[in-house]
Design a protein around this ligand. Structure first.
Ligand SMILES: NC(=O)c1ccc[n+]([C@@H]2O[C@H](COP(=O)([O-])OP(=O)(O)OC[C@H]3O[C@@H](n4cnc5c(N)ncnc54)[C@H](OP(=O)(O)O)[C@@H]3O)[C@@H](O)[C@H]2O)c1
Length: 252
């Protein structure tokens, strides 16, 4: 089976019962189970695809496909982020985090972005973070307490471990933590904090809502590096080397 969970392209053919799409439509899609996106053609269930939002080109929509929907659902549905909530995004300069940050700002939250490295901090500041630190060098708990002396309302965790422990130390009683399943090590429950692990859900309504938010936020999708499909191996080496800002894409 070909690798690849997400991408964008134009519809070459549609199933007999599909009404939402026409041949030639620009679409973006993701499917964690069926995969197969490292290819010139991929068959996708119609409910796993959406029209490319008006504010994104094909390349950036492809880069956002698998990350944007779970991020929106993390911010809106799992954390129920509200105006003026003090929110921490841990892992904010990664594929998912830099999009989640923008969705949290769209909800009117104050966001402390915990990024990786100086370029990561610069990226998240440019995307609207109210405060940003390098989580690998700076004291996360102290930064969170400075940011919200009355306590953090909500944390979206894209990494686990000690850094998450430092964040949780600054969460107020009754605060919330959400993490997409797959985050390691698995976050450990703490008394007084609501924990929600979740998976991104694809669907017709989900894509409609996602597109509305992507356009309202004028979502910026950061492509950290791009490789031709024939050099997918090099792309994997780049991922393995670590410290990718945003997302890596393969161009077909
Ligand atoms: N269940 C679902 O639906 C779903 C969907 C998508 C993703 N996920 C999960 O979500 C998680 C995040 O995915 P992703 O694609 O965003 O991964 P990613 O791009 O690797 O993002 C993680 C980010 O955290 C940074 N980081 C590591 N340690 C840090 C620290 N101490 N302080 C600040 N930043 C730190 C990393 O930087 P460096 O690279 O420089 O270390 C990286 O930028 C993964 O566990 C993935 O499995 C789940």
């Amino acid at each position: 089976m070909a690798l690849g969970t997400d991408g964008a392209g134009t519809v070459a053919a549609r199933g007999a019962r599909v009404r939402r799409f026409n041949e030639g439509d620009a679409v973006y899609a993701y499917d964690y189970d069926r995969r197969g996106f490292y290819a010139e053609y991929v068959a996708v269930a119609a409910n796993h695809a959406g029209h490319v939002p008006a504010t994104l080109d094909l390349g950036h929509a492809g880069a956002a496909a698998a990350s944007a929907s779970p991020r929106l659902q993390g911010i809106d549905d799992a954390l129920h982020v509200r105006t003026r909530d003090n929110v921490v995004i841990l892992g904010a300069s990664g594929a998912v985090g830099h999009l989640a940050l923008q969705f949290a700002k769209l909800r009117g939250a104050r966001v402390l972005a915990i990024a990786s490295g100086g370029e990561g901090v610069a990226l998240v500041r440019g995307l609207g973070a109210d405060e940003a630190i390098d989580g690998k060098k700076e004291d996360i708990a102290a930064a969170a307490r400075r940011f919200a002396p009355q306590g953090i309302d909500a944390v979206l965790a894209l990494i686990g471990g000690a850094s998450l422990g430092h964040c949780l130390a600054a969460v107020r009683a009754g605060g919330r933590l959400a993490y997409p399943n797959g985050v390691e090590p698995l976050p450990k429950k703490r008394a007084g904090i609501d924990f929600v692990g979740y998976d991104g859900v694809a669907g017709v309504r989900e894509f409609a809502r996602l597109n509305a938010r992507v356009e309202a936020a004028q979502l910026e999708v950061h492509i950290g590096a791009e490789f031709p499909l024939a050099e997918a191996g090099r792309a994997h080496e780049r991922v393995a080397a670590g410290h990718v800002l945003g997302k890596i894409v393969l161009r077909v």
